[in-house]
Design a protein. Structure first.
Length: 215
């Protein structure tokens, strides 16, 4: 953002990059439990960084764990990954709301240099982001619905809940669920089976004493 404004920030101790966020072992266990309930779930931290996710959310949205650490960001994925445009049935609404979430975070942490770097990159590389950012909207997600065009299981709609994690005001747990008996529930169950097949094949060929590192 400072580059776009043709000036540099004044260096201070407040501009020191923050350490990488982590979630507690209890949250990791909760994500695993939600996998077993066919509920995609993930944790967003500062700057809409994807801090943790379960396997079903990675199969549904994107495998953030496989990305370089500096690219594990929901806003970055939405605006810079072409797969996101195909995945979200209402990409424009999701993208606008996500940009507004990022602006809310910017208001809370105006001295965050990593956020300034992210906004600068998105503004340079995405005309859609520039337009949404210029609207100066702020948005905080609490609950709602979201529809997908998934390349493996087709169309499905989920209901989401956003829950603040106790002990860390920067982290929000998003839990997706589907209506029981619906085609969306069937699609998620199929996706869960599909997403575990490569792990099952790997387990068959692994040596008996080889640790399971797929998770």
């Amino acid at each position: 953002m400072f580059d776009l404004a043709n000036r540099r920030p004044i260096q201070s101790r407040r501009s020191t990059p923050s350490p990488a966020e982590q979630v507690s072992p209890a949250v990791h266990q909760l994500l695993t439990t939600l996998d077993a309930a066919y509920c995609p779930a993930f944790v967003l931290g500062r700057r809409t960084d994807v801090v943790a996710s379960n396997s079903l959310s990675r199969a549904l949205i994107a495998d953030f764990d496989a990305m370089p650490a500096n690219e594990r960001n929901q806003t970055r994925f939405l605006f810079l990954d072409s797969a996101a445009r195909e995945l979200y049935a209402d990409w424009e609404t999701v993208a606008a709301d996500t940009a507004a979430m990022l602006r809310m975070d910017a208001g809370r942490r105006p001295e965050d240099p990593q956020l300034a770097e992210l906004v600068g990159e998105l503004a340079v590389r995405s005309e859609h982001f520039r337009a949404y950012w210029a609207e100066r909207r702020v948005h905080e997600r609490t609950e709602g619905t979201k529809s997908y065009h998934h390349p493996v299981v087709g169309d499905l709609t989920v209901t989401y809940q956003a829950l603040a994690l106790p002990g860390d005001s920067n982290q929000t747990l998003f839990i997706y669920s589907t209506e029981p008996g619906s085609s969306s529930e069937t699609a998620l169950r199929l996706l869960a089976t599909w997403s575990t097949e490569p792990l099952t094949d790997q387990a068959r060929t692994a040596a008996p004493n080889e640790p399971d590192t797929a998770a």
